[in-house]
Design a protein around this ligand. Structure first.
Ligand code: ATR
Length: 276
C-alpha cells in the first residue's frame, strides 16, 4: 500500500481524501490518501515522512504552498513561475515539487468549451490562487489580463512578476467597470463570496452591475455553487462556471503524477458533489 498525504493546517474540512480514495478504489489501486494536519513548526518533520518508501507523495495546501518549496530536491518550471507547490512526488527519497492548479483550471475551462485564447480577461485577486490562474490564462494565450485587487499594489506587483509571459497590467478602480464590460472572461480568485462557518455571505468582490457584455464569468469558489458574483452574471444571461471543476482537475493531474494512471474524473466529481 502506498500513502499519499494532504499537508494542511487546519486539515479537518478538506474533501480531497474522499475524492482521491474514491478514485483509487474505483481503479483498484493500492493507494490511500489521508489529510495530515501539519503546523508550520512541524513542516520539516512532515517532509522527512514524505521521503519514506511507502509514500508516493502529497498535496499541499494553505498555509504551506510556498513554505514547502525550500525542502524540494527539484521543482517543475510551472511551480517555479507560480511560486507555489500543490503537489509533491516522492522519487526514491527525492522530493519533486509541482503545481497542478493552473492546468486544473485550464482543463475546467475546456470542459465548458471556453478557450482563453484571444480573449481579454479581468482577474479579481492577487494572492496565491491568482498566481496559478494567471499562469494558466497566459499559457492559454489570453490577449491581455487586467488584475483588480483590493490592495492595488499587490496587483501591480503580480503584473510585473508575470510580464515576461504576456500582456498583464493592474486595473484601477476608475476604469474597472469599463474594463470588465469590454472583457470576455471575468474570473474571481479571491475568497469573497465563499461559505464561511456554514453561512453563505451573499457578497461579491465587485459591484453587482460590473459585468462583461458577453462571455464567461468564472469563480474558483465551489461552495456555494452560485456565489453572488455568479448569480449576478447568470441573471444577466452570461455563461458562468464555479470552482468544482478546478478542484477535481487539479486533483486529477496530481493523481496521475503519483500513480502514473489517468484519474477517473467522473468518479471524483460524483464522490464530492454530494459534499459541497
Ligand atoms: P489565496 O492563496 O487563497 O489566493 P491569499 O494569498 O491570502 O489567498 O489571497 C487572497 C486574495 O483575496 C487577495 O487578493 C485578497 O486581497 P488583498 O490583497 O487586498 O488582501 C483578496 N481578498 C480577501 N478578502 C477580501 C475582501 N474581503 N475583499 C476584497 N478582497 C479580498
Amino acid at each position: 500500500m502506498k500513502d499519499v498525504y494532504l499537508l494542511a493546517y487546519p486539515a479537518g474540512h478538506s474533501i480531497s481524501p474522499t475524492m482521491h480514495n474514491a478514485a483509487f478504489q474505483h481503479l483498484g489501486l493500492p493507494f490511500h490518501y489521508q489529510a495530515l494536519e501539519v503546523g508550520p513548526e512541524d513542516l520539516s518533520i512532515a517532509m522527512d515522512k514524505l521521503r519514506e518508501p511507502q509514500v508516493a507523495g502529497s498535496n499541499v495546501t494553505v498555509p504551506h504552498k510556498q513554505a514547502v518549496m525550500a525542502y524540494m530536491d527539484s521543482l517543475s518550471d510551472v511551480a517555479k513561475q507560480i511560486g507555489a507547490v500543490n503537489t509533491i512526488i516522492n522519487n526514491d527519497g527525492l522530493l519533486h515539487g509541482h503545481n497542478t492548479d493552473a492546468s486544473g483550471y485550464l482543463r475546467s475551462l475546456q470542459d465548458i468549451n471556453f478557450s482563453p485564447e484571444g480573449k481579454s480577461v479581468v482577474m479579481i485577486g492577487a494572492g496565491g490562487a491568482a498566481r496559478a490562474v494567471l499562469y494558466a490564462l497566459l499559457e492559454a494565450k489570453a490577449t491581455e489580463v487586467f488584475i483588480y485587487n483590493r490592495t492595488s499594489e499587490k496587483a501591480t506587483a503580480l503584473a510585473d512578476d508575470f510580464s515576461a509571459l504576456g500582456k498583464v497590467s493592474a486595473a484601477t478602480t476608475d476604469n474597472l467597470k469599463e474594463t470588465i464590460q469590454n472583457c470576455q472572461l471575468l474570473v474571481n480568485t479571491t475568497s469573497v463570496g465563499m461559505v464561511k462557518e456554514g453561512k453563505d455571505p451573499d457578497v461579491s468582490p465587485i459591484p453587482d452591475d460590473y459585468l462583461p457584455k458577453e462571455g464567461l464569468v468564472s469563480d474558483i469558489i465551489y461552495k456555494p455553487r452560485q456565489p453572488r458574483l455568479l448569480a449576478n452574471a447568470h441573471q444577466a444571461g452570461l455563461a458562468t462556471q464555479h470552482g468544482l471543476g478546478m478542484l477535481v482537475y487539479q486533483g486529477a493531474y496530481s493523481f496521475k503524477e503519483w500513480t502514473g494512471v489517468d484519474a477517473p474524473t467522473d468518479i471524483m466529481f460524483k464522490s464530492i458533489e454530494v459534499l459541497v
